[in-house]
Design a protein around this ligand. Structure first.
Ligand SMILES: Cc1ncc(COP(=O)(O)O)c(C=O)c1O
Length: 571
């Protein structure tokens, strides 16, 4: 009998492999080493197994409790499957009518995004062409928003602006630039030193229907907000209210071009005019920032919008989310400044590369170039005409849906919904309404949201409250003329919410409301009503009760003095 052949030589003491082995098993007892090796064998066997036969399919790394990194790595295909399964637990993004963020991409766009994933926008030495593309996309947006070329300064080849992660970063950057501008002015006005002026707390004037990103601005940057309250009907603010709010500590006034609640455009054109008057009367130099998170890529393609952008002389900066109606991918935002001098220069950091210079003004240096590339792809793919046609489609689908909802009646022919979106006026492609409060129904907007979700659609309902950070963050009414417990709901008509899908959503809502109406009519006949009651009760939703409960628990454990932030954060 021949002796079995040794496949591998036993490592000699002191060899490199011996060193590795000693490190790998250091501190382990023999039993532990055996256990460890058993697992290694299992892992090796897993890598050629069907996913459902692997140990990874029941590994708890990202399942229970706090996440942790597993001891051993796994096969690439299985890791992908595991993560795809987790994503299955998300909602269906195309049926989510609450979010403004684009979720549909062509394959070529995905290819471009993957390519851009490994490009670091902070590294001009390695990626000068990508940085140039970034600057050209900023230029394109600056032109779309009518930024004056002659105010840029002769030494610059591009407009002042930056690609950001989203509107939030863009808004924060605009606030910082304008804050430093204000500080300089205020110090000069009062003969203060740099150290003295830092102690002065400035304010911004902003409508209460701001998105939660501004809450970050108030809290992170120590800014006192002063609020303009809209009326519920169409969410209109009265720009005359600015006269009492703007003072010498005001950094800027914010106009929202398309608030996320109902899509109304703040009358920036009127705000600009009144701001000029206030500046003249009070000897101030307050500028406007337009938060065009959603409207920045809608308004330029609508015909009936008065000048809202850099055509207005007080508009110093504009921000927008490329990932909303700009049709780019999540993680794309833009800020453009009217000029550099005494504005964007305050937040610019000069970066030299390969003999060139670029200016970084983002909160982060390293970042992937995905947003820039996908935005550029969309500009090339759609062109101005493509955007225009897309916007027309969205507005038309919104109007069709709105008209059908408007036609819905209650038991005695009363309108079932009170519509509170911009309707015929310029605004975002958004439908917003509430169940007619005059009907005094037991069934409210939140219950409607839950009933609709049974059909896979997500339509968000929310209360008309906001956190008043001018009073330490207490919850107060969002609108001048409505209590904070009142509610409403909205449907955002992103490009993927086509008429076919919108018709389905309408039918679901109409079926639900007809069902509720039947129950109401049957109420006159107590024996039928008693049978129907449980159905109505399920629509009060366990989810709603869970949300209330978790809010209570969080309130109990809360350490800092801030209450929950803006009730409605969806973006
Ligand atoms: C008016 C407004 N500003 C800012 C934001 C924040 O945008 P982002 O999510 O891109 O940071 C949103 C999001 O919906 C918004 O509607």
């Amino acid at each position: 009998m021949s002796t079995p052949k040794k496949l591998h030589a036993i490592p000699t003491p002191g060899s490199a492999i011996q060193g590795h082995l000693e490190k790998e098993y250091a501190g382990m007892s023999n039993e532990e080493t055996i256990e460890y090796l058993k697992r290694e064998v299992l892992r090796l066997r897993d890598s050629s197994s069907h996913y459902y036969a692997t140990s990874l399919s029941c590994n708890k790394s990202f399942a229970d409790g706090y996440g942790h990194i597993p001891t051993h790595g796994s096969d690439a295909v299985h890791c992908k499957e595991r993560l795809l399964q987790l994503h299955e637990l998300d909602n269906r993004p195309r049926l989510n009518t609450s979010s403004y963020v684009n979720v549909v991409f062509e394959q070529e766009e995905v290819d471009i995004a993957i390519q851009a994933l490994s490009i670091n926008l902070a590294d001009g030495s390695v990626y000068p062409a990508s940085i140039d593309l970034h600057d050209k996309v900023v230029d394109s947006i600056a032109k779309l928003w009518n930024c004056p070329e002659n105010e840029q300064g002769k030494d610059f080849e591009h407009f002042a602006g930056a690609g950001t992660v989203g509107s939030t970063e863009a808004c924060l950057l605009s606030l910082l630039a304008q804050k430093f501008r204000w500080r300089k002015w205020y110090a000069e006005r009062h003969g203060l030193s740099e150290a003295d002026v830092i102690g002065v707390v400035p304010n911004i004037v902003i409508p209460t229907h701001y998105q939660a990103c501004w809450e970050k601005a108030f809290r992170y940057f120590d800014i006192k907000p002063k609020f303009l309250h809209p009326e519920f009907h169409k969410f209109r603010i009265n720009p005359e209210d600015m006269r009492d709010l703007v003072d010498e500590k005001t950094i800027m006034v914010i106009g929202i071009l398309g608030n996320h609640y109902n899509g109304t455009y703040d009358p920036v054109w009127k705000m600009d005019q009144i701001l000029s008057e206030i500046n003249d009367e009070k000897g101030l130099q307050v500028g406007l920032h337009v938060d065009a998170a959603s409207g920045g890529f809608i308004a330029p393609f609508q015909e009936n919008v008065p000048a809202w952008d850099f055509r207005l002389k007080n508009v110093l900066s504009i921000s927008s989310s490329g990932h909303k109606f700009g049709e780019s991918c999540c993680g794309t935002g833009w800020v453009v400044f009217r000029h550099r001098q005494n504005l964007s220069e305050h937040i610019e950091v000069e970066v030299t590369y390969l003999g060139g210079i670029s200016y970084s003004m983002t909160l982060n240096f390293s970042r992937p170039a995905t947003g820039v590339y996908v935005q550029a792809y969309k500009f090339l793919r759609l062109g101005m005409r493509g955007y225009q046609r897309k916007v027309e489609n969205q507005l038309e689908t919104t109007m069709r849906f709105r008209n059908k909802m408007r036609a819905m009646k209650w038991t005695k022919g009363e309108p079932l919904f009170e519509i509170c979106d911009p309707d015929q006026e310029p605004g975002l492609p958004v439908f917003a309404a509430r169940i007619n409060p005059e009907l005094e129904m037991d069934f409210n907007d939140v219950k409607l949201q839950h009933a609709i979700s049974e059909f896979h659609w997500y339509v968000s309902a929310y209360h008309l409250s906001f956190e008043d950070f001018s009073k330490g963050g207490i919850t107060g009414p969002l609108c001048k003329d409505e209590v904070s417990s009142a509610s409403m709901f909205r449907v955002v008509f992103k490009s993927n919410l086509t008429q076919v899908l919108a018709d389905d959503l309408f039918h679901r809502i109409s079926d639900i409301m007809n069902h509720i109406k039947d129950i109401e009519l049957a109420a006159a006949k107590p024996e039928i009503h008693a049978k129907q009651r449980p159905i109505l009760a399920t629509m009060t939703s366990v989810r709603e009760q869970m949300a209330i409960r978790s809010k209570e628990l969080r309130a109990k454990n809360k350490k800092n003095s801030y209450p929950f932030s803006n009730q409605h954060k969806a973006c």
